[in-house]
Design a protein around this ligand. Structure first.
Ligand code: ADP
Length: 322
C-alpha cells in the first residue's frame, strides 16, 4: 500500500480531527502517502483531494469540528456519481480510503469497495450519538456527554433557585445513550429515551412525590428521538401543575474541544484503520470493545444491532434518583 485517502462525512463530532491526525501520521510513519478529501463524498466527486503532510495535521488534536469539513451528499447513492469519485481515487493510484462518520457514511464506503476491488475501505465511527454497531463508543460521544453535564449543572443552579422542573432535550435520533449517560451523571429524576416506553403520567407522579418530600427542583432528560422537550412539557402539564422550563441544548453538543477520552479513542481508531488497510482488510468498521481494538465487516454493522441499550445503567439511574 503506497497511497491512501481520508475523509470526514455526515454529522461532525469532536475528535474527528484527532482521528484524521492519527490516520495521517500512522500512514506517513509507515511510508504511505496520504490525501485529504475535503467536504466528504462531495469532495470525492468534485476532486477536492489534496496531499497531506505531517504538518497538515499539526495543532488539530485539540480542535472540535473537522478541518477537512463534512457534507451531506445524497447524490452519492447513485452509481454514476460514485463512478466519478472512484475515478478520482484511481487516477491518483489511491488504494485505501478511510471514512470517518456515521453508518450512512459507512454505506458509501461499502459501495466503493463493492464497485472497485482495487480500493480498500475502512470506517471510523465518528458521531456524538453512540449509535454505531461494532463499537462500545463512538468518537465525540464522551465530549458531548461532558458538554451536557456542564450545561445541566448550570441549569440545576437556576432550577433550584426557582424550584422549577427543567426538561432538557438532548441529541439522539434512535439512540438514547446521550440522554441515558447524561441523565445518570447529573442525577436526572427521569430519563426519556426511544428504547424504553415511558408513561408521562408516571413521570408526573414521581415529580409530585419529590416535591412532597421537599425536592427543590427536578430534571427530566429527554432524547430528541423520543419526543421534543416541548412535547414532554405539554404532556406533563396534563397531569401536574408545576412550573416547568424547556431547555433544548441543540448544536452546542456537537462542538467543543474533544475530551481526553475522545482524543485517545480517535488516536487509537485512526492508527488501527491504517494498520488494517496495510494488512489488506477492507469493508470494515473499526471499534473498541472491552478496551480492545476491533474490526467488524460493514455487513454485520448494518445487519444486526449489537449496540444494545444498557438496561443496567437505565435501572441504576432510576434507583439512584428516587
Ligand atoms: P452519517 O454518516 O452521520 O450517518 P448520513 O446518513 O447523512 O450521515 O450519511 C452521510 C453521507 O454518506 C450521505 O450524505 C451520502 O453522501 C453517504 N451515504 C449515505 N447513505 C448512503 C448509501 N446508501 N449509499 C451511498 N452513500 C451513502
Amino acid at each position: 500500500m503506497k497511497k491512501i485517502a481520508v475523509l470526514t462525512s455526515g454529522g461532525d463530532s469532536p475528535g474527528m480531527n484527532a482521528a484524521v491526525r492519527a490516520v495521517v501520521r500512522t500512514a506517513i510513519y509507515n511510508n504511505i502517502e496520504v490525501y485529504g478529501v475535503y467536504h466528504g463524498y462531495q469532495g470525492l466527486v468534485e476532486d477536492d483531494i489534496h496531499k497531506l503532510e505531517l504538518g497538515s495535521v499539526g495543532d488539530t488534536i485539540q480542535r472540535g469540528g473537522t478541518f477537512l469539513f463534512s457534507a451531506r451528499c445524497p447524490e452519492f447513492k447513485e452509481e454514476d456519481v460514485r463512478k466519478v469519485a472512484i475515478e478520482n481515487l484511481r487516477k491518483r493510484e489511491i488504494e485505501g480510503l478511510v471514512v470517518i462518520g456515521g453508518d450512512g457514511s459507512y454505506r458509501g464506503a461499502q459501495r466503493i469497495s463493492e464497485e472497485c476491488k482495487e480500493i480498500q475501505t475502512i470506517g471510523i465511527p465518528g458521531t456524538i450519538d453512540n449509535d454505531i454497531n461494532g463499537t462500545d463508543f463512538t468518537i465525540g460521544f464522551d465530549t458531548a456527554l461532558n458538554t451536557i453535564i456542564d450545561s445541566v449543572d448550570k441549569i440545576r443552579d437556576t432550577a433550584s433557585s426557582h424550584a422549577r422542573t427543567f426538561i432538557v432535550e438532548v441529541m439522539g435520533r434512535d439512540c438514547g445513550d446521550l440522554a441515558l449517560w447524561a441523565g445518570l451523571s447529573v442525577g436526572a429524576e427521569t430519563i426519556v429515551v426511544p428504547e424504553v416506553n415511558t408513561e408521562i403520567k408516571e413521570v408526573a407522579e414521581k415529580i409530585e412525590q419529590g416535591i412532597k418530600r421537599g425536592k427543590k427542583h427536578s430534571i427530566v432528560m429527554v432524547a430528541e428521538g423520543c419526543m421534543s422537550g416541548q412535547e414532554c412539557a405539554e404532556e406533563l402539564s396534563k397531569y401536574i401543575n408545576i412550573d416547568t422550563r424547556v431547555s433544548v441544548l441543540g448544536h452546542i453538543q456537537r462542538g467543543g474541544s474533544p475530551s481526553g477520552a475522545d482524543r485517545v479513542l480517535a488516536s487509537r481508531l485512526g492508527g488501527h484503520a491504517v494498520e488494517l488497510l496495510m494488512s489488506g482488510e477492507t469493508a470494515k468498521g473499526v471499534g473498541i470493545k472491552h478496551n480492545q481494538l476491533t474490526a467488524t465487516p460493514f455487513d454485520e454493522i448494518f445487519g444486526h444491532s449489537d449496540h444494545k441499550f444498557d438496561k443496567q445503567i437505565y435501572q441504576l439511574a432510576k434507583e439512584l434518583s428516587i
